[in-house]
Design a binder for this molecule. Structure first.
Ligand SMILES: NC(=O)c1ccc[n+]([C@@H]2O[C@H](COP(=O)([O-])OP(=O)(O)OC[C@H]3O[C@@H](n4cnc5c(N)ncnc54)[C@H](OP(=O)(O)O)[C@@H]3O)[C@@H](O)[C@H]2O)c1
Length: 262
């Protein structure tokens, strides 16, 4: 199936590694021009150069800290200047803590929610005018299955994911009629730096080494392995494409069946 992404212009946040980088690469592989957003300018420059050389698309670095409005504005302005417009926004940047409830200070709750929930809202708000100018487009919000199945050791992240799902639905109802479809993807575990941090946390809770904790975690999964970021990116990219017609205001779970519910 041709995803009809050739020449589309996409902003991907949290694109220096993990799910975001994989998403930018898959989009570029389909012929989309991409702007990579995260804090590490040197990494973004390197990845953008590689993507442009590999896929023959425009790939630009738009470094910014998305933890406040000024950073979001700067990222969007840089991306729009480099891409010349916008058809797709993938909100993905997140760095919520894995810790025991009573060890999480207020400042951490506020920072984690500001980056993932308020950051997604800010980037979406900034994207609407250029998406309208393009005649429509797609917003894909990477949430997480902890928004539906709460975890004891992932509370700010779980709360952010619940908020992202609510935001997804609310905004989709407002802008869907304009041809801007807004959807979410809820990954389960994905083999990234974040996943390693989660296993580190479980190792502490269970009194095991990292390797032992991972073996115990994976043994309990319905599908006995942890997917690579590219596997989740494929679903994100489909939802970002014009071929995801009439899909609006929903969340697609990509967790190998962990979530007890459909
Ligand atoms: N991996 C999983 O198992 C899993 C499961 C469920 C949901 N998710 C969700 O999927 C998304 C991506 O996760 P991942 O596993 O790919 O994470 P990751 O490998 O840790 O990458 C996180 C990305 O976010 C960027 N980032 C962090 N803080 C930022 C900030 N203040 N401003 C701008 N960018 C920032 C990082 O880049 P810089 O360091 O360069 O800023 C990096 O590119 C997150 O929203 C996460 O909650 C992941």
């Amino acid at each position: 199936m041709d995803l009809q992404l050739a020449g589309k212009r996409a902003v991907v946040t949290g694109a220096s590694e993990g799910i975001g980088l994989a998403t930018a690469r898959v989009l570029a592989g389909e012929g989309a021009h991409v702007a990579l957003v995260s804090r590490r300018a040197d990494v973004l420059e390197r990845e953008a150069k590689t993507i442009a050389a590999e896929y023959g698309v425009r790939a630009i670095a738009a470094p910014a800290d998305l933890g406040d409005l000024a950073g979001c504005r700067h990222a969007m302005d840089t991306a729009l200047a480099g891409l010349g417009g916008l058809d797709i926004l993938v909100n993905n940047a997140g760095a919520s803590v894995f810790a025991t409830f009573e060890d999480i200070p207020d400042e951490r709750w506020v920072a984690d929610l500001e980056l993932k929930l308020v950051g997604y809202a800010r980037m979406t708000r900034l994207a609407l005018a250029p998406l309208r100018e393009a005649g429509g487009g797609r917003v894909v919000n990477v949430a997480g299955n902890a928004g539906k199945q709460p975890l004891t050791y992932h509370m700010p992240g779980g709360a952010a994911n619940v908020g992202v799902l609510n935001l997804t639905k609310s905004v989709s109802m407002q802008v869907g009629p304009e041809g801007i479809f807004v959807n979410a993807v809820c990954p389960g575990p994905v083999r990234t730096t974040r996943y390693d941090k989660m296993i580190d946390r479980l190792a502490v809770d269970w009194g095991l080494t990292h390797e032992q904790a991972e073996a115990r975690y994976v043994a309990d999964l319905p599908l006995p392995y942890v997917p690579e970021p590219e596997e989740v990116a494929a679903t994100i990219v489909f939802l970002a494409s014009p071929r995801s017609a009439y899909v609006n205001g929903t969340a697609v779970t990509v967790d190998g069946g962990i979530t007890r519910g459909i």
